[in-house]
Design a protein around this ligand. Structure first.
Ligand SMILES: [Zn+2]
Ligand SMILES: [Zn+2]
Length: 241
């Protein structure tokens, strides 16, 4: 494969780049479901916001931090963003600011950026427009009540329909879109690794703690750490970990 097409930059996201240039948000939404597991209103918002950002900034992403997406929420929205922008948790292109807002700022390295936020009231208007889906969401997701297999299927079906329909809503009805210049966060530092003296596993040097005067990993040192989970970013005490 040396020198072949596979070594050219961007080739692995070629299909996605083509869908962006064609404006094929439906197919992008389907592809986002490969990552997200289902289609829903918030993944559709994420796909649409990601698409607008990539179109307006005119960029492609090879996962080398040439594009960064600063997401302000860790709900379904961010999976649409990850798929379409190619900024992910693993390639350090995804930066999570735990504000709890359905919004994203996508930026090029030179600081040219666009912030896209869901308009206040838009979500409520959608819930009024789709009362059956809202009732099922309340029951199955919000209250975690037992539901029949038919109800689960119906919710998935309605969410899929809503997701596709939302792609058709004019951009300025759904989002507040703001062009800006930002200071892009630095490239992710490359850390050397050290070995924990207790469990023997390798650890990024920046995460090494100390126990009995020896280098130790966080669990072996029983140290506090940060965890990102469904509740956001939380500091967790070592003893409870
Ligand atoms: Zn979802
Ligand atoms: Zn250890």
């Amino acid at each position: 494969m040396k020198g072949g097409e596979e070594e050219q930059t961007g080739v692995f996201r070629k299909e996605i780049a083509e869908l962006i240039s064609k404006g094929d948000m439906r197919r992008l939404l389907e592809k986002s479901a490969e990552l997200h597991g289902h289609i829903c209103p918030y993944s559709a918002y994420g796909v649409k916001a990601g698409y607008i950002a990539m179109r307006e900034l005119g960029i492609e992403n090879t996962g080398m931090e040439e594009v960064v997406a600063i997401v302000e929420t860790n709900n379904c929205f961010s999976d649409g963003i990850q798929l379409v922008t190619g900024c992910t948790f693993g390639n350090n292109g995804l930066i999570f600011r735990d504000y709890g807002k359905t919004a994203v700022t996508v930026a090029r390295r030179d600081g040219t950026a666009i912030r896209i936020a869901l308009k206040p009231g838009f979500d409520e208007s959608i819930m009024e427009k789709y009362p059956e889906a809202s009732a099922l969401f309340e029951k199955i997701v919000a209250r975690r009540e037992e539901a029949t297999e038919e109800e689960h299927m119906r919710m998935r079906q309605l969410y899929t329909e809503m997701g596709f329909e939302l792609l058709e809503v004019p951009e300025d009805e759904m989002f507040i879109i703001e062009r800006k210049k930002i200071k892009v966060p630095d490239y992710a530092p490359i850390f050397t690794s050290e070995r924990c003296s207790f469990c023997g596993e390798k650890v990024m040097a920046s995460r090494i703690k100390e126990r009995d005067g020896k280098p130790a990993c966080i669990p072996c040192a029983n140290a506090d750490y940060y965890e990102m989970n469904g509740a956001g970013i939380k500091e967790v005490g070592g003893e409870n970990g």
